[in-house]
Design a protein around this ligand. Sequence first.
Ligand SMILES: Nc1ncnc2c1ncn2[C@@H]1O[C@H](COP(=O)(O)OP(=O)(O)OP(=O)(O)O)[C@@H](O)[C@H]1O
Length: 254
Amino acid sequence: MESGDSGRLPFSSKDSVRKRKNRKQKETMSLSSLRKPLPKLLLNNVSCMRNAQMVLRNINVSVHDGTALVLTGANGAGKSTFLRMLAGFSKPSAGEILWNGHDITDSGVFQQYKLQLNWLSLKDAIKERLTVLENVQWFEVLEGKSGKAKPALEFMGLGRLANEKSRMLSMGQRKRLQLARLLAIDRPIWLLDEPSVALDTEGVKLLEYIIAEHRKKGGIVFVATHLPIEIEDAMILRLPQRFPRRKTMVDLLD
Ligand SMILES: Nc1ncnc2c1ncn2[C@@H]1O[C@H](COP(=O)(O)OP(=O)(O)OP(=O)(O)O)[C@@H](O)[C@H]1O
């Protein structure tokens, strides 16, 4: 009996050790899944209407710190609409956009969320009568910051023009000024609509560089573009064409 009992004991103790191990493994797994960071931004089945037409349909994207998302697609596919929605200018007609798990359409959340955003679009909001430097400083003042305007302009190759009236600037220089503003204000989420338009080769390189540096600090970058921009490990979201394409002059020439 004794030997029989003692013979069974090691098995039952092995069993309980194995069970304990399994339990521990399960606990570790559930802990690690708990620890998995929330996406900074989550678009959950988002659709968006403009002018009574569905422009974006059932978009699902999750974006973590350091991510770049490049939006591509034909004219009218909805790239700017996507950015406008993230900026809070348009509301999703269905689905939700969560920032740190909170719905950005909630007004309390939006007050905090909008302070994270840096918006760059074709409408450059440059004040013609201010100098180039004042145009950046003006944004700094609104932000309660100071001291970064000059270095940002110098970095973007506009140091020499800092005291010129901004109406003197060429298109590419205006774009560089917008990028200098982005650097001076330094907010974490960049929404860039066609940021490389009008930039020369060096300007595009600078743009690629500042995007890479921003991401290294954990910044998030959304870029809507038709032009190739080198962004390492970017997620690409190609928005579908909204209407069947009619024949164009290009097809006739082919
Ligand atoms: N201000 C507006 N009011 C109403 N509808 C608009 C407005 N702007 C754009 N739209 C509609 O939304 C659709 C998507 O436009 P959007 O500007 O998002 O496209 P896009 O992909 O950025 O185009 P592009 O490559 O030409 O910049 C357009 O086809 C247009 O019908």
